[in-house]
Write a protein that binds this ligand. Structure first.
Ligand SMILES: *Cc1c(COP(=O)(O)O)cnc(C)c1O
Length: 458
């Protein structure tokens, strides 16, 4: 029997997360006055223990025992050799994927939902609010809150609320409440609805609503949780890459290329950052974040200061951004419909350590279908973006006759996304025209903000 799955035992779960902030220099987040914000300004939004983690420069951070105990429900996740896909592509490349679809909600997102719920609980918080795109993050936070006995309220982007009703049911099953965004419950929601009554919604709008709902609870018992973009989220996700590195070590492999789809950047960063650390230490490896061609923040957006949300409630962050008023086309990979990118991922792109790529929706579904028919697992539409890049690289390896080692993150399964597959199979999926004018319009706003410095960390 050929070796297919490389497993770790529960005893081998990493005990620390890797914090990339120890190894790079960053432009600081800015407040409304254009000055760097102080950590306590974030106190109405996040608990102080998470804020401390957000700004920590410590390279290795201990994973609390209580978090490890919940991780152990599905972690360590398997590393799987994609021999079926290799055969179908006739490639000499050896392709491995880290399969994050084994978590209860079916994606990588509980890797951070669980510690975020834990730190809020320890801080005495009773209730969390959040946004969700495709519903993956909302369901992950609902699951995590149920583990720690916290209340959870989720603002779900309307287009996904309509396209993916079962995600809402998952959230409710775990005891959370879920409403479509924009809603009439918040000022941010009402403002958008007044201007655009038929808007499909966006992650940026839903973030505004969830932040507003948290900070306007005068009891002080509510905080907000974000599923991507921020430093502490990237930190928690590094469990993926740290496990993958151990698994590859066991079989004497090291990747030539690492690939992950990138919406806010967290599953990509989770797999890639531990290998970025190796790259700092002299290893050679190509690392590719992959985004939708219709929402191309890394490949088309300038590196600029911008807000993380549509209403402009969040501090200005230095990142690749299409402008916070940009509402991406209603593509099926709802988790990738975000105007910005994690500041840490953006900084690494600025420094030339990452090589981003973009694919249209059709190419991603083609790759996803090939993967489903050869590997058996039906991928999330977001994961299909990583797969499109994997397929390209594997074909290139065939042409060059090179036995490259490719590692990618299979960020989630697509079993709650079958509506998208149904549309693809019946010929109803198309590539969106590149929203050039919308992006040009949205980018104009960036000219009003300070310009980040181009920093080289080493
Ligand atoms: C949310 C999600 C993504 C995109 O979010 P990132 O923060 O960029 O990882 C990718 N894949 C799946 C399955 C998701 O649920």
């Amino acid at each position: 029997m050929e070796r297919r799955k490389i497993l770790l035992s529960e005893d081998e779960i990493p005990r620390q997360w890797y914090n990339v902030l120890a190894d790079i220099k960053m432009n600081p987040p800015l407040g409304p006055d254009g000055q760097p914000i102080s950590p306590d300004m974030l106190a109405p939004v996040f608990p102080m223990n998470i804020i401390e983690q957000e700004v920590s420069q410590q390279r290795w951070i201990d994973i609390p025992e209580e978090v490890l105990n919940i991780y152990a429900i599905w972690r360590p996740t398997p590393l799987i050799r994609a021999t079926g896909l290799e055969k179908a592509l006739g490639t000499p490349a050896r392709i491995y994927y880290k399969y994050e679809g084994t978590s209860p909600p079916g994606s990588h997102k509980p890797n951070t939902a669980v510690p975020q719920a834990y730190y809020n609980k320890v801080f005495g918080i009773k209730r969390l609010t959040t946004e969700t795109g495709a519903g993956q993050w909302g369901s992950a936070l609902a699951f995590a809150c149920s583990q720690f006995g916290l209340e959870c309220k989720v603002y779900m982007v309307r287009i996904s609320f309509d396209q993916k009703p079962y995600r809402k049911t998952m959230m409710q099953t775990w005891g959370a409440s879920c409403i479509p965004s924009p809603s009439t419950e918040t000022q941010a929601g009402r403002d958008i609805l007044a201007k655009f009554p038929d808007t499909p919604g966006s992650l940026g709008i839903a973030i505004s609503e969830a932040v507003e709902a948290a900070v306007s609870d005068t009891s002080g018992n509510t905080r907000y949780a974000l599923g991507s973009v921020l430093n502490h989220v990237m930190l928690h996700q590094t469990i993926i890459g740290l496990e993958a590195r151990k698994q590859l070590e066991k079989i004497g492999e090291y990747p030539d290329a690492i690939i992950g789809c990138a919406g806010g950047g967290s599953n990509f960063a989770g797999l890639a950052f531990p290998f970025v650390l190796d790259k700092f230490n002299g290893k050679k490896v190509d690392i590719h974040p992959v985004e939708p061609a219709a929402c191309p923040s890394l490949t088309q957006g300038p590196f600029a200061y911008d807000h993380g949300d549509t209403a402009g409630y969040t501090p200005l962050m230095a990142m690749h951004s299409l402008g916070h008023t940009f509402v991406p086309p209603p593509m099926h990979a709802g988790g990738l419909r975000y105007h910005g990118m994690a500041p840490t991922v953006s900084q690494l792109v600025v420094e030339g350590l990452l090589d981003p790529k973009a694919y249209g929706q059709m190419a991603t579904f083609e790759a996803g279908l090939l993967a489903a028919r050869t590997e058996g697992i039906i991928p999330a539409p977001e994961t299909n973006h990583a797969l499109a890049a994997v397929v390209d690289l594997a074909r290139q390896a065939r042409e060059e006759g090179k036995a490259k080692v490719i590692l990618f993150n299979w960020s989630g399964h697509g079993l709650i996304d079958l509506g998208s597959y149904e549309k693809y199979l019946s010929g109803q999926i198309k590539d969106f025209d590149f929203p050039a004018q919308d992006i040009e319009d949205a980018k104009k706003i960036l000219a009003e903000y300070p310009k980040p410095q181009i920093i080289r960390s080493r």
